[in-house]
Design a protein around this ligand. Structure first.
Ligand SMILES: [Zn+2]
Length: 189
């Protein structure tokens, strides 16, 4: 394997996610409504009107549950990865996409604090990626080399990489604000 699990310092914020931003809660709520009435720290089903757009299907290396357009976009991204970096594609896995819960923030002492807002996973528009069955450690300001390579493909398709969140989250990729607005304009949402 080509060092995909090597740990690198997280890249400078201005070298990734060019022109992309994490979607605002207000945008998510205006396009999709609220995924459910209440949230805890655990994954719960999407029960709001959005549930009619949630599908489960294979995106190539694994199955995903999420908003139909996002699941199809993810499948296209991973097909490009398969064509160009097949040995990276071989080790891709997922820790999930749709999951209605509060944001989880890993603290410097390793404990998890629940945020006040729902995670973007609640809308089924974000995916957590595993490499060779392993999750990149949340909040350590480092990332796997393989995720850095993968981020180029996600960024090119208009997905935001969580490495630049205030609490580093390199396993996390989500449909960016501008991409959501474009899909809405194109009538896909
Ligand atoms: Zn995530």
């Amino acid at each position: 394997m080509a060092g995909y699990l090597d740990l690198l310092p997280k890249p400078k914020a201005n070298t990734v996610n060019a022109g992309l931003a994490s979607p605002k809660l207000s945008t998510l709520r205006s396009i999709f409504g609220e995924p459910r009435e209440n949230y805890t720290g655990d994954c719960q089903p999407i029960t709001g009107p959005l549930k009619n757009r949630v599908i489960t299907k294979s995106v190539g290396p694994f199955k995903c549950t999420g908003v139909d357009v996002a699941v199809d976009a993810l499948r296209d991204i991973l097909a490009t990865v398969k064509a160009e970096v097949p040995d990276l594609y071989e080790i891709l896995g997922s820790a999930g996409m749709a999951c209605a819960r509060k944001v989880k923030l890993r603290q410097p002492d390793g404990t998890i604090k629940l945020g006040t807002n729902p995670s973007n996973h609640s809308w089924g528009l974000a995916v957590d990626i595993k490499l060779a069955g392993t999750l990149d450690l949340h909040g350590d300001d480092k990332c796997y080399r393989g995720l850095l390579i993968l981020s180029r493909y996600f960024n090119a398709a208009g997905w935001y990489w969580g490495v630049s969140f205030p609490t580093e989250d390199a396993m996390h990729f989500e449909v960016a604000e501008t991409t959501l607005r474009r899909w809405k304009k194109e009538g896909l949402l």
